[in-house]
Design a protein around this ligand. Structure first.
Ligand SMILES: CC(C)(COP(=O)(O)OP(=O)(O)OC[C@H]1O[C@@H](n2cnc3c(N)ncnc32)[C@H](O)[C@@H]1OP(=O)(O)O)[C@@H](O)C(=O)NCCC(=O)NCCS
Length: 166
């Protein structure tokens, strides 16, 4: 597995969006209810780049198999040292150790960015064991649960917060 940062081809962006949209449509891990358009996804990429935050793609045999990025945790200025990250692995490649590797790489990159003092995972659904597991393995502490924080696919979904101080 290789990791690519910030400069991507159109094809790579399309594949990353396909993975992202898969989990919007088929899981409770992401609280969006409608797939993102290419232009909205490009705006997200642009914002992250402008804020000098990492956006990475994981590739295997030159194919994108995952994505991860860091975004503001909340917009109010006092939160400027706290960031929320997201990570998605192609469903055909889950449970093979890639998620753990991508998260490790993302943390490594974040440690070199002085303003990132807190990395916060907001995990959709208390049954998202894979996500909880990789965060534990990478030194994230369980902070708490916001019960029924989201409503998706006709059910209430908890948000699990996990944090790592950098
Ligand atoms: C969460 C996600 C990134 C993990 O990626 P992955 O490549 O599957 O993760 P890994 O294979 O590195 O590790 C998964 C771990 O969880 C464990 N796991 C998976 N499903 C499990 C379950 N139902 N119960 C208990 N443990 C489970 C695996 O055994 C593995 O642990 P191990 O290596 O110690 O055996 C991936 O599943 C994903 O993209 N999910 C949807 C989006 C998402 O939830 N993203 C996180 C948002 S913060």
């Amino acid at each position: 597995m290789k990791v690519k940062r910030n400069n991507f081809t159109e094809n790579e962006i399309s594949k990353a969006l396909k993975i992202y949209n898969y989990f919007i449509e088929n899981s409770l891990s992401n609280f969006e209810e409608k797939k993102l358009s290419k232009s909205t996804f490009n705006l997200l990429l642009k914002k992250i780049k402008k804020n000098k935050l990492p956006f990475i793609l994981a590739t295997k045999d030159n194919e994108v198999i995952g994505l991860a990025f860091v975004n503001n945790f909340r917009e109010k200025s006092g939160y400027r040292f706290s960031y929320e990250h997201s990570i998605y692995i192609d469903p055909a490649f889950i449970n093979k150790g890639y998620g753990n590797k991508v998260l490790k790489e993302l943390v490594k990159i974040c440690k070199k960015i002085a303003k990132i003092k807190n990395l916060i995972a907001v995990i959709g659904g208390k049954n998202n064991f894979a996500s909880i597991n990789i965060h534990k393995k990478n030194g994230f502490d369980y902070i708490g649960t916001i019960k029924k924080a989201g409503f998706k696919k006709n059910r209430w979904v908890d948000s699990i917060y996990m944090q790592k101080r950098l």
